[in-house]
Design a protein around this ligand. Structure first.
Ligand code: DGL
Length: 262
């Protein structure tokens, strides 16, 4: 069991930001990553559609022998993880916007959350904000269009910077001192964000915390891979693999990126 891979899925390339943290913390673990780029962005879909896509990805990862599933997508986590946990007999690790640490650290008592429409409208996100943000003003901003630009390999493009600027500037005017990245695609925008945000604004990204949680879950279930064999990482995408390749090649060796219809 411990040699079986960790399964990871996202609507596209964004979840590779999480996969990189997992790989750094757990270099012995084999992994299988599904980039459902054909169906991106999930954030513009209905809850039922997001659920059906999450089920499809989960079942493929189970079929491929994964020992746990990392839902490396805030939109899929907030709309589908409760269902997945109650219907499949393996551990799931998800990611949600990290409101709690931002709320605890904020001095201006004003935090911003940049996320997809699907995440911001989910009941899981709304209950988390109510529970953790007592006395804190939360500015919610949909990042419409950002995922599509990243999926098209335009991370550093001028149009991406301009769109990002148009989302973040009004949040700054309202006094936010923490910006929570509520989408796994957005860590790739951190260099652009640093060029826009004043130095006192802290960017909160939960990739490392998710990796620690994966380790804790493997540990608890006694399925950590302790072998010394070189880990193997298989990436699958249902569109042209070139963009995904650019996001992961060079992170470690033993990576393959292939097209698969799913
Ligand atoms: N990476 C997904 C997330 O974390 C992107 C969602 C989308 O495809 O819109 O929410």
């Amino acid at each position: 069991m411990s040699n079986q891979p960790i399964g990871v899925f996202d609507s596209g390339v964004g979840g590779t930001s999480i996969w990189k943290e997992i790989q750094k913390l757990l270099p012995n673990e084999n992994s299988i990553y599904l980039a459902d780029s054909k169906n991106a962005p999930y954030g513009e879909k209905s809850q039922e559609e997001i659920l059906q896509l999450s089920i499809k990805n989960t079942e493929l990862l189970i079929e491929k022998g994964c020992k746990v599933v990392v839902v490396a997508c805030n939109t899929a986590t907030t709309n589908a993880i409760l269902y997945l946990r109650s219907h499949y007999d393996l551990p799931f690790i998800g990611i949600e916007p990290a409101i709690k640490p931002a709320a605890l650290q904020s001095e201006s008592k004003t935090i911003g959350v940049l996320a997809t429409k699907g995440t911001l409208s989910s009941s899981l996100f709304n209950s988390t904000s109510e529970n953790h943000a007592n006395g804190i003003k939360i500015i919610e901003q949909e990042g419409t269009g950002l995922v599509a630009l990243i999926e098209n390999g335009k991370v550093g493009a001028e149009e991406t910077k301009q769109l990002l600027n148009s989302y973040v500037k009004p949040m700054l005017k309202e006094g936010m001192d923490h910006l929570v990245l509520g989408c796994t695609h957005y860590p790739y925008l951190i260099p652009a964000l640093k060029g826009i945000l004043p130095a006192h604004v802290k960017i909160i990204d939960s990739g490392e915390a998710v990796a620690r949680q994966v380790k804790a879950v493997l540990d608890k279930n006694i399925i950590l891979n302790t072998s010394n064999k070189r880990a193997n990482h298989q990436f699958f995408t249902n569109i042209d693999p070139e963009v995904l390749r650019n996001f992961v090649f060079g992170s470690t060796d033993n990576i393959s990126v292939e097209k698969l219809d799913f």
